[in-house]
Design a protein around this ligand. Structure first.
Ligand SMILES: *Cc1c(COP(=O)(O)O)cnc(C)c1O
Length: 412
């Protein structure tokens, strides 16, 4: 069972000031989770989490994570701008972009961010646009299928990211010749992984690659960036990742591979997005209409423009009808938004208690890749974002868009 972090009473109180739909985040949950993660990797002296800004690009969120000791992982000019404004500088920032424009590299270099190169041709491009830094990271893509104990996790061979194994050697040699002193290695081989095996398996691949590259090119390996990919249980009976165990298993692999090589100064970095935020956000919405045709429909005041994942990937997001948490799910509904797009459904054939017009629903696990993927199709406006603070008060951290915002870029 999934329990929302707000009650019906709390939602009704909030709605008096901030009408639905809105995304709301749980500060307490975010902080506690960040502390657990950092503790799980505290065995590694240089460990740092670089929160993937794209998951939840909202200053109030970035500031909380900064207070917890996190850096940021950026992929675009505006993500860099937001990070700079929130006080992140230098090696607080990882710049992990692909198909990177010149001005993005120039800006990242100006901020002295750590640049993670996605391709070997970017060496020359970066040299022209910003210059080659002393510390640099290269993104690895082993190709083929990525499996853990016979389970296919993902398909790196079809992924646009990263360099091949021979390109990694070539890139390290070329960068060393251009004066780079410290190297990092990055890979993102599977997304939203369940279970605890992904990081330890990825760590082994990258640690062994680090040993090889060090021997082959004589460079100093400064860090291994395990990137994102730890999943969250979207399903109500799913099990959350055991971060303590993941940290421990990465530690074992670290000692096994780096111990004999005298490489125990290598720092571990992560760039988690979903794991850091998804469970600590709800999209709160009001039931506008009930429709009874060939199926039973619940029509919400939120739509796929507020949360795209179900429409885009068919993702499951649990829905709680607030105040009916303990009622039996006797009805089956499609829960929809109002876009003129039949994929605008938050849930299909979902068992819920009997729903009435005016009910408030909490859609779970929207804290990452939720608001962030919002768009303006059908002229729908982006919602507000609110923070449920540790003292129980609620603060608006982004106002809702107005029609003026929507029209602001138009030329009549
Ligand atoms: C998206 C992304 C992440 C975060 O991924 P999650 O699945 O949210 O953990 C981290 N690093 C890079 C480079 C990414 O593109």
């Amino acid at each position: 069972m999934k329990t929302p972090f707000i009650t019906k009473e709390k939602a009704q109180e909030i709605i008096k000031t901030y009408p639905t739909p809105f995304h709301i985040y749980d500060e307490k949950g975010i902080r506690e989770n960040a502390r657990k993660l950092i503790k799980a990797f505290s065995w590694n002296k240089g460990y740092r989490e670089y929160f993937a800004v794209k998951a939840t690009p909202t200053p109030a969120i970035l500031k909380i994570l900064k207070e917890e000791g996190c850096g940021v992982d950026c992929s675009s000019y505006t993500e860099l701008m937001m990070s700079e404004k929130c006080g992140f500088t230098g090696d607080d920032i990882m710049f992990s972009s692909n198909v990177t424009p010149a001005e993005d590299f120039e800006y990242a270099r100006k901020l002295d961010a750590i640049v993670n190169l996605d391709d070997i041709t970017h060496i020359e491009f970066l040299e022209k646009h910003g210059g080659i830094p002393e510390t640099i990271c290269c993104r690895f893509n082993p190709g083929g299928l990525f499996s853990i104990s016979n389970d296919i996790m993902d398909n790196p061979g079809e992924a646009k990211y990263g360099m091949t194994r021979p390109q990694m050697s070539e890139a390290f040699k070329a960068l060393k010749a251009k004066g780079v002193k410290h190297f990092g290695i990055h890979a993102f081989l599977a997304s939203n992984t369940v279970g605890n095996e992904y990081y330890p398996a990825l760590a082994r691949i990258l640690f062994e690659l680090a040993v090889e590259l060090k021997k082959e090119t004589g460079v100093h390996i400064k860090f291994i960036n395990l990137s994102g990919g730890i999943g969250v249980p979207y399903l109500p009976d799913g099990k959350p990742a055991d971060i303590e165990r993941i940290g421990k298993e990465v530690h074992w692999v670290y000692d096994e591979v780096f111990g004999p090589e005298n490489m125990t100064d290598v720092a571990i970095f992560t760039e988690l997005g979903r794991y850091m935020l998804a469970p600590y956000g709800h999209l709160v919405s009001t039931v506008l209409h009930l429709k009874h045709t060939h199926k039973e429909y619940v029509g919400l005041d939120a739509c796929a423009a507020n949360l795209m994942r179900p429409a885009m990937y068919g993702s499951y997001h649990h829905i709680t009808v607030l105040g009916k948490e303990n009622e039996i799910c006797t009805h089956v509904y499609d829960v929809t938004g109002g876009l003129c797009e039949n994929n605008d459904k938050f849930a299909i054939n979902r068992s819920l208690p009997p729903v009435e017009i005016g009910d408030i629903v909490a859609i779970h696990d929207t804290g990452a890749h939720g608001f962030a993927m919002g768009y303006n199709y059908n002229g729908k406006l982006r919602s507000a974002e609110l923070m449920l603070k540790e003292d129980g008060s609620v603060e608006m951290i982004r106002r809702a868009e107005t029609a003026d915002d929507y029209f602001a870029t138009l030329i009549w």
